[in-house]
Write a protein that binds this ligand. Structure first.
Ligand SMILES: *Cc1c(COP(=O)(O)O)cnc(C)c1O
Length: 344
């Protein structure tokens, strides 16, 4: 029996078409800007995001970190969500690498209130740091793949513009947000000055993210990428998969969202298991096992014995991530197995 891997959308392996494209990719030394495939990916990503330029980087974390480094000066303060990936899951990089501190905003369903963001902007005062960046996340990972509405994106961008502060969008899953909203990704990205897009999550590329923004910003980011050891030479081998990710895989994410909803409904129908089905918008669902008396670790352990993988947690709420390799049959089997393990 095949293992059903619902730990993350990062577990997706490259598709056959990606492997073919990687095999055939024309390459060169990208540090000399000689890799035609990387150049093509960067031009494609810039166009997709409606920005002047883009930079291929090793990971979403690297995209976010070089963005923060390129937007700020050491000792600055940046405004970001208390549950944001940049704050919670990037090993304190903003402090260690960029040397900035965080002004945190509590999100509601993954969305920061623009008025609260504005209140966090520091006035001129000899005691205060300089606020130099606002970060938004869409879709919001820890909120369970929630989409930040366009109106909320615009309000925050308007606050930034009024105060001369750029907005960076952690759009690791921007294409999931675009699929949910039924708009092109650039309709979301127009409300930010720079954006990170992960190619290696639901889009199935083996490695990499792209950072897009103004030409001048991307040149600064390119230098920070080099500083972090991210000058990757014949990276066209990887970029070739990234091109397939954007051109092809970004167009089918609605299927994942449908399967996620199917899974949410199936699990929610089980005694003691609860999913707020109305909150499921994209490919991530948060499942509460409190009514079964099991915690997330116990659920993960029992599922594993039955060939299903999720990331355990000490709380009874666990995340299930749906992706390209999860079929409606997998959803059905998952619901059956969960039904079995909560009974004994
Ligand atoms: C996964 C993720 C990242 C980081 O991407 P890596 O490639 O894992 O470094 C950044 N932001 C969000 C919202 C993510 O989900």
């Amino acid at each position: 029996m095949e293992v059903i891997d619902l730990r993350s959308d990062t577990v997706t392996k490259p598709t056959e078409e990606m492997r073919q494209a990687m095999y055939r990719a024309e390459v060169g030394d990208d540090v000399y800007r000689d890799d035609p495939t990387v150049n093509r990916l960067e031009e494609l990503a810039a166009r997709e995001m409606g920005k002047e330029a883009a930079l291929f980087v090793a990971s979403g974390t690297m995209a976010n970190q070089v963005a923060v480094m390129a937007h700020t000066k050491r000792g600055d303060e940046i405004i970001l969500g208390e549950k944001s990936h940049i704050y919670v899951n990037e090993v304190g990089g903003i402090a260690y690498l960029a040397g900035v501190q965080a002004a945190l905003v509590t999100e509601t369903e993954g969305v920061m209130d623009a008025r609260v963001v504005e209140q966090k902007i520091r006035q001129e005062n000899i005691h205060y740091p300089n606020t130099s960046l606002i970060c938004v996340e869409n879709t919001h990972n820890m909120a369970g793949g929630r989409v930040v509405p366009l109106a909320a994106m615009k309000e925050i961008h308007d606050v930034g513009k009024r105060h001369g502060i750029p907005v960076h969008l952690d759009g690791a899953r921007i294409y999931n947000a675009a699929a949910y909203l039924g708009v092109e990704a650039k309709e979301i990205a127009k409300y930010c000055d720079s954006v990170n897009v992960c190619l290696s999550k639901g889009l199935c590329a083996p490695v990499g993210s792209v950072l897009a923004g103004s030409r001048e910003f991307i040149e600064r980011a390119r230098k920070f990428r080099k500083m972090l050891g991210g000058g990757m030479r014949q990276a066209g081998i990887l970029a070739a998969a990234g091109i397939v990710a954007i051109e092809k895989m970004s167009k089918r994410l609605k299927e994942d969202h449908e399967n996620a909803l199917l899974l949410a409904k199936g699990l929610n129908s089980l005694e003691g298991v609860s999913v707020d089905v109305g909150r499921v918008q994209t490919n991530l669902i948060m499942v509460d096992f409190a009514g079964t008396g099991l915690n997330g670790m116990q659920v993960a352990e029992r599922l594993k014995q039955n060939g299903i993988l999720i990331n355990g947690s000490s709380s009874p709420v666990v995340r299930f991530a749906v992706h390209y390799y999860i079929t409606p049959d997998d959803v059905k089997r998952t619901v059956e197995v969960v039904s079995k393990i909560i009974k004994n």
